[in-house]
Write a protein that binds this ligand. Structure first.
Ligand code: FES
Length: 574
């Protein structure tokens, strides 16, 4: 730790001068009930807290704030809690993704405008991880990420339940008539039974795990269940480390490199991570000034075996993963694919952080010769249906659908699709390709997680459990199936998905990375000329601003005015 002269602390600009404005700042510290000795010469550490009374996955954050404060005080800093919007994944409509960039702006502007020298970022529930990191990267303030940790295993009737994944499965059973209302209600009580984020390898655990691979958490932090006492100890350690980072003026951009993003992509493939990570990693990289193209995900993921035996791709849950050694142990399995010289927030390299990690259960963290899956975890597809790309998880799809052609059944909106799939007489077969459009960044709006389009009830009753589905939306990381996602450009702005009609033949060849509609260029051009853009989703407010500035999925869905790297001048103190 480089303990600089206190006058070099950022917060000293607010409190250190002998002028009228500093009088005001110091008097307000006293108004808060503190003496000047409480802050004098101490880094002020912002605890960015994504808690609210509806933050279902962050119920332990009020207690963890106290743990972090203890760590900050122990290390000679001064902790301040800064509440920001919570983005509880299940409650926020139309989708938390609409508000990821708003939270990122809120974090960035709080850090920039307030007298703080460093930050602990408390996040975990899906978008809170990328959003707080994007904000801290752009603010240029030293920071460390404190992951919320997974909830305990779900339980129903002696069966283990995983967030999302199992409910998708049981929902299909309920629609097929094999699950009763009473059983369904019991599942509601048993599936989310502690604080913490979804305990499958969904978006939350994928993104917090990748934050650790990127070097932005303490080693081992992300796998600790929220209910485990070591989670509180980890929070305290985050507080201590944040003070050291502030003295060292060590920022997230000092840690993030192209190699660290490559590490994250490879780790995500071996974890069978959520496809949402693609969008968030691209957005994070751009904030850090690192170009990261969609095709990099395909290049680096190809041939990476899935070694994390975690639902939805595997059998276990995050609690088991923690007992098996957690992420640090997991990374030893793929160490030879990683750049172990990558820097991390604790001052050691990634290689040093995992050097002594031990795998305790080979069934949960599989050896290289016994992977959970060898099929590619991720494929980036292109063609006349997705000129700027789309993505799919081949390992999560029924193998016979990886090369497929069939007639499209096209829906313009979610509600009409939901009505149709409930129709027992729907004109559909197992070869049909379900298409949902107008569900992208502008069309959704906010690119909701509708990508696992429900299988029509008529087919469910015939025993069909997977079929080819295409949309410009995202998919929950807890979902599975032959779902093609993130089609870019989206239909709402006139992408080719807007031009297809029910009955057009869709052709998929995953090995060739091709997705196309069997239509000539001339036919597509003629339909494009006749296409009428839909009315904007928002006439005013944040939604209108988002629509005016949001990028497509292949560029990370960040706002155009936010995605650049670069330093914004410190605010004047007048
Ligand atoms: Fe919060 Fe899944 S709902 S992480």
């Amino acid at each position: 730790m480089n303990q600089r002269d206190k006058s070099t602390l950022r917060s000293h600009r607010w409190f250190g001068a002998a002028d009228l404005r500093s009088f005001g700042h110091r008097s307000r510290i006293r108004q808060l009930g503190f003496d000047l000795e409480d802050i004098d010469g101490k880094p002020i550490i912002a605890i960015i807290n994504t808690w609210s009374g509806l933050a279902h996955c962050h119920g332990h954050f009020p207690a963890r704030v106290e743990s972090i404060k203890r760590g900050v005080l122990e290390a000679g800093g001064f902790p301040v809690e800064i509440p920001v919007m919570a983005l509880p994944e299940n409650f926020v409509k139309p989708t938390t993704m609409l508000y990821r960039n708003l939270l990122a702006m809120e974090v960035e502007e709080n850090l920039r405008s307030l007298p703080v020298d460093g930050a602990v970022l408390m996040g975990g529930c899906d978008k809170t991880t990328p959003a707080t990191l994007m904000g801290a990267i752009s603010a240029g303030i030293p920071a460390i990420f404190m992951p919320a940790g997974p909830m305990l295993r779900g339980n129903w009737g002696g069966k283990i339940l995983g967030s999302g994944s199992d409910i998708w499965k049981y929902w299909d059973e309920k629609r097929a008539g094999t699950i009763t209302e009473a059983q369904w209600s019991e599942m509601e009580s048993g599936i989310a039974r502690s604080d913490g984020v979804c305990m499958t390898m969904g978006t939350a655990m994928t993104m917090t795990s990748l934050a650790e691979v990127l070097g932005l958490t303490l080693p081992g932090a992300t796998s600790i269940p929220a209910a485990d006492s070591s989670h509180a100890r980890m929070a305290t350690a985050c507080g201590r480390r944040a003070v050291e980072l502030a003295w060292d003026d060590r920022r997230l951009t000092d840690i993030l490199t192209p190699a660290s993003f490559d590490n994250a992509i490879i780790a995500s493939a071996a974890l069978a991570g959520s496809t949402n990570a693609i969008i968030h990693l691209i957005a994070l990289a751009r904030r850090a000034g690192i170009p990261l193209a969609l095709d990099r995900f395909d290049q680096l993921s190809t041939g990476v075996p899935v070694l994390a035996n975690i639902r939805p791709s595997g059998a276990f849950l995050m609690e088991d993963f923690f007992y098996a050694g957690g992420l640090t142990a997991f990374l030893t399995r793929i160490a030879e694919r990683l750049d172990l010289t990558a820097a991390t927030v604790n001052g050691h390299t990634l290689g040093e952080n995992i050097a002594t990690a031990t795998i305790w259960n080979d069934d949960v963290i599989r050896p290289l010769d016994r992977p959970v899956a060898t099929a590619d975890g991720l494929a980036v597809l292109r063609g006349n249906l997705a000129p700027n790309g789309c993505v799919m998880k081949p390992a999560a799809a029924a193998p016979h659908l990886l090369k497929h052609q069939g007639p499209a059944l096209v829906f313009d909106d979610y509600d009409s699709m939901a009505r149709a799939v409930a129709d027992p007489d729907l004109d559909v077969t197992a070869d049909t390709v379900l298409v949902l459009r107008n569900a992208g960044p502008l069309g959704g709006p906010g690119m909701p997680e509708w990508g696992m389009l429900p299988i029509p009830v008529k087919l469910l009753k015939q025993g069909v459990r997977d079929m080819l589905r295409i949309s410009d939306s995202r998919m929950s990381g807890t979902s599975y199936g032959a779902c093609i996602l993130h089609v870019a450009p989206e239909a709402f702005i006139g992408g080719p998905l807007a031009l297809i009609r029910t009955g057009d033949v869709i052709e998929l060849d995953v090995a060739a990375r091709r997705i196309s509609v069997r239509l000539s260029d001339a036919e597509l051009d003629s339909r494009r000329a006749a296409w009428v853009p839909p009315a904007p989703r928002y006439a005013r407010g944040y939604g209108a601003m988002a629509a005016a500035h949001i990028g497509q999925a292949d560029t990370g869905c960040d706002f155009d005015f936010l995605q650049q790297a670069g330093v914004i001048a410190e605010p004047a103190i007048h």
